[in-house]
Design a protein around this ligand. Structure first.
Ligand code: ZN
Length: 205
């Protein structure tokens, strides 16, 4: 699949909002990464150097088909073609500085290699708010997500995005991360997995 645009939802799990010290104000946070950020599973992930901590954010990722503008929430899931898991890599120290200055987040979120992405699995209508996924570093558990805990469901995310952008084939959405985010360092072995979606691995350099 050719990824067209990468939409990312921030602050979509209450426990993750708390761990970063943000207020759970229900605000919908959105940012984008260029498609050139994608690192397919199995490829070496080269972490940025000299820019402070590089955090992992494990997320369910959906790919859209058909698309369109002003998609009703109850019709939104029919626009999903595939599912996978991905990492929304974040230069956390830099992001904190940008937040303090009220500056855009791109330098901390949209750098090269910032979007490790698993292989796509066809979406067969399974309940997207009843999935679980986990992320391990060097065999140790770091994050465990239950999509039932999302503040904005995947259908609602598609509805909200479609009010600003006419969605298109190849648009994908990183749907937010649960708690447990933390730093990665060169040499780390990463495993992202979910029953029914798959197991995806990267080695960090
Ligand atoms: Zn994220």
């Amino acid at each position: 699949m050719n990824v067209k645009r990468i939409f990312c939802i921030g602050r979509n799990y209450a426990e993750h909002i708390k761990e970063l010290g943000n207020a759970p104000d229900e605000a919908f946070v959105l940012f984008m990464k260029p498609p050139s950020c994608v690192v397919p599973a199995g490829q070496t992930l080269t972490l940025p150097r000299g820019k402070g901590s590089v955090h992992h954010e494990a997320e369910l990722v959906v790919a859209l088909t058909g698309g369109g503008a002003d998609i009703a929430e109850d019709a939104a899931l029919s626009h999903i073609s595939h599912l996978t898991l991905g990492l929304d890599l974040t230069l956390r120290d830099l992001q904190n500085e940008l937040k303090k200055k009220g500056s855009p987040w791109e330098l901390s979120k949209a750098f090269d290699q910032a979007a490790p992405l698993g292989e796509w699995k066809p979406y067969h209508g399974q309940d997207l708010q009843a999935l679980e996924f986990s992320f391990h570093v060097n065999g140790a558990p770091r994050q465990h997500g239950k999509t039932a805990d999302m503040l904005f469901s995947v259908a609602r995310q598609i509805h909200i995005l479609s009010r600003t952008w006419a969605l298109q084939d190849g648009d994908i959405i990183y749907t937010g991360t649960p708690s447990g985010v933390g730093p990665l360092v060169p040499g780390d072995r990463l495993l992202l997995e979910s029953e029914g979606i798959g197991r995806f691995e990267w080695n960090c350099a």
